[in-house]
Design a protein around this ligand. Sequence first.
Ligand code: C2E
Ligand code: MG
Ligand code: MG
Ligand code: MG
Length: 278
Amino acid sequence: AAKDAGRNTYQFYNSSFYERVQRRVTLEQELRQALAHDEFQLAFQPTMSLRDGGVACIEALLRWTTRAGVQRSPVEFIPVAEECGEILPIGRWVLGEACRQARRWHEAGLAFGRIAVNVSPLQLRDPEFATQVLAICEREHWPTDRLVLEITESALMRESEVLANAFALFKANGITLSIDDFGTGFSNLGYLHRFPLRNLKIDRSFVSQMETSPNMLELTHAVVSLGHALGLAVVAEGVETESVLQLLRQQGCDEAQGYLFTRPLPGAELATWLAAQG
Ligand code: C2E
Ligand code: MG
Ligand code: MG
Ligand code: MG
């Protein structure tokens, strides 16, 4: 009996593992074709200045609709794109498309500060990346000082010559960095001042609990103080209610992003939204 149970267990794990591998292989294959098949779009979500109420920044967020019509979340496919290296060409596409869209809004006379693009640690480690960013801005006629790259704390963990060179090039061209999901990684706080940072973005998981958890309220306050001590603007992500926004204002947070203002929108719809801001 024990032997049978063992065999069943083995088969159970075996088949579910097989299924997982299958799904993963399929996803990877679909991902490798997605650029060529024009299956990516960008959605855009603004960040509001809590100082003057203007649109401080617009973040580009990747969207993927497969040929079968299935919408896949970046939370699901970005890690796979990173593992198979496909994030490099996809990331270049995102940068070009975001700058092109920003240029169009600018030409339409719509007011906003900068365009922000999420960048994977893998892209930052690519020695070609920084010069590619500059070339893309030039190609799309987008001023480098109106581009923000959103990176995660993990990207800064390992110091390297590639990273130092990239940051020097960004700094010389006015490209700024934003630390995304701040508080979820383990930043070496002593190093933060070395990078051409513009903002800290407080992770949504903290912001969404500000009303219900005194600890989270303390935590966001601490991040605001830390950011200001480092001379950085602090952005709260995932702001869904007026009461959370009120708390953030009280804490002196500089900018806010979230469904309270708008969900991420396709470029054309964001233009309408921007025009209505006045
Ligand atoms: P992120 O950069 O932290 O982006 C914020 C995420 O929170 C977005 O999810 C956005 O739709 C969502 N969000 C914004 N406001 C609210 C809110 O009020 N409530 C809630 N519940 N959610 C809100 P999304 O678009 O699914 O993106 C998820 C993550 O995928 C991003 O997190 C980013 O890490 C990654 N990602 C998206 N696009 C790209 C890309 O082009 N390149 C790379 N490397 N990563 C990307
Ligand atoms: Mg982001
Ligand atoms: Mg974020
Ligand atoms: Mg986040």
